[in-house]
Ligand binder design. Structure first.
Ligand code: 5RP
Length: 223
């Protein structure tokens, strides 16, 4: 079992009968959804709220009942992956491009758990490129402002060279910052830039992280 599978499956233990559960996106959340599918097949009664089209497809395949985000007032628990998480449980997300829906779901969740492999826990955020979702119209103006601040934005493409579009048909600029000295300041500045839809800094969402280790161990850390 790899560290992602260990973390993803362990986090499933937090899901209780009757819950509305936010279903994260990515290769670690994948294992949580697979396990949840097994539990649903055994009779667990839950309703999922998805964070991407990819996760919706997976949840439908596993027969997990779903509701639209619009139709819930609150989500009991969201389990999602992260690209980086620091000691204060601040994180970078959006490597899989689902940052906007993930933040919308996290924002109405009573509790958020992140599932990560040990390599994702860092002292300082920023080594992983920070995704910024931007509207296509005039995006080069946003890119220029990011360049002027030294953030080295790179327009995201698929491996085959085609342009990456989010589920909302927006672009992603990945910022190669290296080390983010003050995530709160950067988050505020990005959120005030016209053309920016959302950014991948998730600063006050996770209260628990489940860390999988390559030697098979798992650690649950509470904030
Ligand atoms: C998708 C995300 C993912 O949760 C994040 O990229 C981690 O992915 P993985 O578990 O595949 O490493 O934010 O937008």
């Amino acid at each position: 079992m790899n560290s992602k599978q260990i973390a993803g499956e362990k986090a499933c233990d937090f899901i209780q009968d009757g819950m509305i559960v936010g279903l994260g996106t990515g290769s670690t959340a994948y294992y949580m959804i697979q396990k949840l599918g097994d539990r649903v097949a055994e009779g667990l009664n839950v309703t999922g709220v998805v964070t991407s089209k990819a996760t919706e497809k997976l949840a439908v395949e596993r027969n997990i009942p779903l509701m639209e985000l619009n139709d819930v007032t609150e989500i009991d628990l969201t389990i999602d992956g992260a690209d980086e998480v620091d000691e204060e449980f601040r994180g970078v997300k959006g490597g899989g491009g689902a940052l906007l829906f993930e933040k919308l779901v996290a924002n109405v969740s009573k509790k958020s758990i992140w599932v990560v492999g040990e390599d994702k826990v860092v002292a300082t955020l920023g080594a992983f490129p920070l995704p910024v979702e931007v509207v296509p119209f005039g995006y080069k103006q946003v890119e220029r402002q990011l360049e002027a601040r030294g953030y080295k934005p790179k327009l995201r493409h698929h491996e085959d060279g085609s342009l990456y579009l989010t589920d909302s048909q927006n672009y992603i600029l990945d910022l190669h910052i290296g080390s983010i000295a003050n995530p709160e300041d950067l988050n505020n500045w990005l959120n005030n830039l016209p053309g920016v839809v959302e950014n991948g800094l998730f600063l006050n969402y996770a209260s628990t992280i489940v860390i999988g280790f390559s030697d098979g161990k798992v650690e649950v850390r509470d904030k």
